[in-house]
Ligand binder design. Structure first.
Ligand SMILES: [Zn+2]
Ligand SMILES: [Zn+2]
Length: 125
Protein backbone atom coordinates (compact mmCIF):
# COMPACT_ATOMS: atom_id res chain seq x y z
CA UNK A 1 0.00 0.00 0.00
CA UNK A 2 1.43 3.37 -1.01
CA UNK A 3 1.12 6.57 0.99
CA UNK A 4 -1.88 8.50 -0.34
CA UNK A 5 -0.44 11.96 0.16
CA UNK A 6 -0.42 13.57 -3.28
CA UNK A 7 2.83 12.78 -5.10
CA UNK A 8 4.28 10.55 -2.38
CA UNK A 9 5.51 7.14 -3.54
CA UNK A 10 6.59 5.72 -0.18
CA UNK A 11 5.45 2.17 0.48
CA UNK A 12 3.61 2.12 3.80
CA UNK A 13 4.10 -1.15 5.55
CA UNK A 14 5.12 -0.35 9.08
CA UNK A 15 3.87 2.90 10.53
CA UNK A 16 0.62 3.76 8.87
CA UNK A 17 -2.19 6.05 9.69
CA UNK A 18 -5.44 4.83 8.24
CA UNK A 19 -8.69 6.59 8.94
CA UNK A 20 -12.02 5.36 7.68
CA UNK A 21 -15.36 7.05 7.52
CA UNK A 22 -18.17 6.45 5.07
CA UNK A 23 -16.45 8.80 2.63
CA UNK A 24 -12.74 8.69 3.33
CA UNK A 25 -9.98 6.20 3.72
CA UNK A 26 -6.40 7.34 3.86
CA UNK A 27 -3.06 5.63 4.28
CA UNK A 28 -0.16 7.87 5.23
CA UNK A 29 3.57 7.31 5.58
CA UNK A 30 5.44 8.53 8.64
CA UNK A 31 6.39 11.79 6.90
CA UNK A 32 2.84 12.65 6.00
CA UNK A 33 0.93 11.44 9.05
CA UNK A 34 1.29 14.71 10.90
CA UNK A 35 0.90 17.01 7.91
CA UNK A 36 -2.28 15.31 6.85
CA UNK A 37 -3.64 14.97 10.39
CA UNK A 38 -4.27 18.69 10.41
CA UNK A 39 -6.28 18.38 7.23
CA UNK A 40 -7.96 15.27 8.55
CA UNK A 41 -9.06 16.80 11.85
CA UNK A 42 -10.53 19.77 9.97
CA UNK A 43 -12.31 17.43 7.58
CA UNK A 44 -13.52 14.96 10.22
CA UNK A 45 -16.07 17.51 11.33
CA UNK A 46 -17.66 17.40 7.87
CA UNK A 47 -17.41 13.64 7.39
CA UNK A 48 -20.18 11.11 7.97
CA UNK A 49 -19.47 8.83 10.91
CA UNK A 50 -20.15 5.09 10.78
CA UNK A 51 -23.14 3.78 12.78
CA UNK A 52 -21.24 1.98 15.52
CA UNK A 53 -20.64 2.66 19.19
CA UNK A 54 -17.61 4.61 20.44
CA UNK A 55 -15.14 2.46 22.42
CA UNK A 56 -14.65 5.20 25.01
CA UNK A 57 -18.21 6.38 25.61
CA UNK A 58 -21.74 5.44 24.56
CA UNK A 59 -21.97 7.80 21.61
CA UNK A 60 -23.18 6.19 18.39
CA UNK A 61 -21.40 7.44 15.28
CA UNK A 62 -17.71 6.67 15.00
CA UNK A 63 -14.60 7.08 12.89
CA UNK A 64 -12.17 4.19 12.62
CA UNK A 65 -8.43 4.55 12.86
CA UNK A 66 -5.49 2.20 12.55
CA UNK A 67 -2.38 4.11 13.50
CA UNK A 68 0.36 1.62 12.82
CA UNK A 69 -0.84 -1.42 14.74
CA UNK A 70 -3.33 -4.26 14.87
CA UNK A 71 -7.04 -3.65 14.69
CA UNK A 72 -9.16 -0.56 14.22
CA UNK A 73 -10.01 1.80 17.04
CA UNK A 74 -13.58 3.10 16.78
CA UNK A 75 -14.15 6.50 18.35
CA UNK A 76 -16.65 9.34 18.30
CA UNK A 77 -15.44 12.70 16.99
CA UNK A 78 -14.62 14.10 20.41
CA UNK A 79 -12.61 11.07 21.55
CA UNK A 80 -10.95 10.73 18.13
CA UNK A 81 -9.61 14.26 18.35
CA UNK A 82 -8.40 13.59 21.90
CA UNK A 83 -6.64 10.43 20.62
CA UNK A 84 -4.97 12.29 17.74
CA UNK A 85 -3.92 15.08 20.07
CA UNK A 86 -2.42 12.51 22.50
CA UNK A 87 -4.55 13.76 25.37
CA UNK A 88 -6.99 10.94 26.18
CA UNK A 89 -8.25 10.91 29.75
CA UNK A 90 -6.38 8.29 31.87
CA UNK A 91 -9.34 5.87 32.08
CA UNK A 92 -9.98 6.04 28.34
CA UNK A 93 -6.30 5.55 27.57
CA UNK A 94 -6.11 2.49 29.80
CA UNK A 95 -9.21 0.90 28.30
CA UNK A 96 -7.90 1.40 24.76
CA UNK A 97 -4.35 0.35 25.59
CA UNK A 98 -5.60 -2.93 26.99
CA UNK A 99 -7.37 -3.69 23.72
CA UNK A 100 -4.76 -2.20 21.36
CA UNK A 101 -1.29 -2.55 22.87
CA UNK A 102 0.34 -2.36 19.40
CA UNK A 103 -1.13 0.93 18.23
CA UNK A 104 1.70 3.42 17.88
CA UNK A 105 -0.54 6.31 18.91
CA UNK A 106 -0.99 4.64 22.34
CA UNK A 107 2.78 4.17 22.76
CA UNK A 108 4.25 4.56 26.25
CA UNK A 109 6.21 7.60 25.08
CA UNK A 110 2.86 9.36 24.95
CA UNK A 111 1.19 8.08 28.13
CA UNK A 112 2.27 6.77 31.49
CA UNK A 113 1.32 3.09 31.45
CA UNK A 114 0.73 3.10 35.21
CA UNK A 115 -1.35 6.24 35.73
CA UNK A 116 -2.60 6.75 32.18
CA UNK A 117 -1.44 10.35 32.32
CA UNK A 118 -0.85 12.02 28.93
CA UNK A 119 2.84 12.94 28.68
CA UNK A 120 3.05 14.75 25.34
CA UNK A 121 -0.30 16.31 24.51
CA UNK A 122 -0.23 18.28 21.26
CA UNK A 123 -2.54 20.69 19.58
CA UNK A 124 -3.28 19.75 15.98
CA UNK A 125 -5.58 22.61 15.07
ZN1 LIG B 1 3.96 10.02 2.18
ZN1 LIG C 1 -16.63 8.69 22.52
Amino acid sequence: MKCQHEGCQIEVNYLICEVKTKEYSGYRCLNHVLIDLEVLVHNLKEMKPIDEKCECCDTVGVFKINYGGDGEIRLCLEDMIALLELRLEPQKFKALYEKYPNQHILHDDFYCEVTGEALQPRKII
